[in-house]
Ligand binder design. Sequence first.
Ligand code: SAH
Length: 373
Amino acid sequence: MSAARENLLALPLELARERLTRFMEERGEPRYRVGQAFRRLWAEPVRRFEEITELPAALRAALDEAFELPGLDLVAEQASVDGTRKFLFRLADGQAIETVAIPDGDRLTFCISSQAGCALQCAFCATGVMGFARNLGIHEVAGQVRELALLDPPLRATNIVFMGMGEPLMNWDAVAGTLTILNSRDGFGIGARHITVSTVGVLPGIVALGERPEQFRLAISIHAPNDALRRSLMPINVKYPLAEVIAAARNFDRRVTFEYVMLGGVNDQATHATELARLARDCGAFVNLIPLHPGGAGGFRPSTPSEMRDFAALLRRAGVEVAIRRSRGMDIAAACGQLRVERLRRRAPVGADQDGQVHVAPGVGPSLDPGPA
Ligand code: SAH
C-alpha cells in the first residue's frame, strides 16, 4: 500500500491541489477541506498529515494512506561567525545536497541547490569536482526551503538564490515548479524580484525563464570576458559561447546580473575589465564581482581587495554598474559544493572549533548577495 502513496511535494503546485481536490470529492468531504490540507504542503508546512489537527483524525489517516510528504534528512549544520548557516541534507537515495541561509539586516537569503553534483566542471568550483549524480525533484529543490521553515525556530526566506550545487537551467522542470511554489501565495509567497536563478548561460533555459510572466531575476556566471579564457575556465562555453549568451541576456526582458569570480592574475587584468565592460554594456548588465572562496577547485588565488577595487573602478569608468560582493561564511567553507566535498574527505571543517558553533560538519553554497537591489 505504501508503495502506491503519491508524493504531493514532487508535484507542481496546481497539480497537487487537483489531487487533493479529487481526493476530497471522492470521499464526499466539504470543499474547504481541500484548502485546509493544501496550505499545509508549503505555506504552513507540516511533516506529517497527522499534524494537521484542523482535520478530523480519520481524514488525516486517509490522507496518509493516499499520499506522502517526504522530508529531507538534515545530517549536518554549521554556523559561521557572520551568522551564515549551512545545512547538509541527505536525500532518499543517499545523495547529499547543501543549502545556505545568509542573514543580512532584515533579509534572509537562502542559497539552494538544484542538482546533486554538477556536470559543468568549472575550473574553480568544488561541486564540479564531484561530478553529476542526478537532477533533484521539486520536493528536493523547494523541499530545502520547506525544511528550513520546519526548523524550530523556523527559518523563513525573504530572498532565494539558485546558487547552491548544480545548474538550475539544466533541471528546468523542477526549477520551474519550484519557482511557482516559492512565489505563489499558496506557497512561500516570496516576491519574484527576490528570487534569482543563476546560470552559466544555458540558452533554452534563459528563454524559458524569460517567458515566465513573473519578474524572476537572472544572474549569468560570466567569469571571463572572451571565449578563449572562458573556455579554459568553463567548458560549457564550447556549447554556449559568449556571443550567444550575451544575445540571450539582451533578449531577456529584465535586467540581468553578471557574476564574475575574481581569479588573481587570471581574469582580473585591465584588458579583461575593458572586454567585460563591452559585454555588460552590450546587454545592459549589472556586474557583481565575487571574491573567490578558497577551497574550491584548481590552484587559483583570490584577487586582492585592491585588485578588485581597481577592476571595479575600470568598469565604472566604462559606464558599467558594478558591486563587489561581500563574501559570507568564509570560516565555514560556504562556497559551492565545498562542504560536501570536505565531508567526503572527512576533514574537519575550517574554523570549526574557533567559534564552537559547529554542530556536525558540512553544508554548502557560494558567497551570496543577490545582486542589485
Ligand atoms: N550553475 C550555476 C549556479 C551554481 S554556482 C552557475 O554557475 O551560475 C553559483 C555561483 O557560485 C556561480 O557564479 C559560480 O561560478 C560561483 N562559484 C563556484 N565556486 C566558487 C568559488 N570557489 N568561489 C566563489 N564563487 C564560486
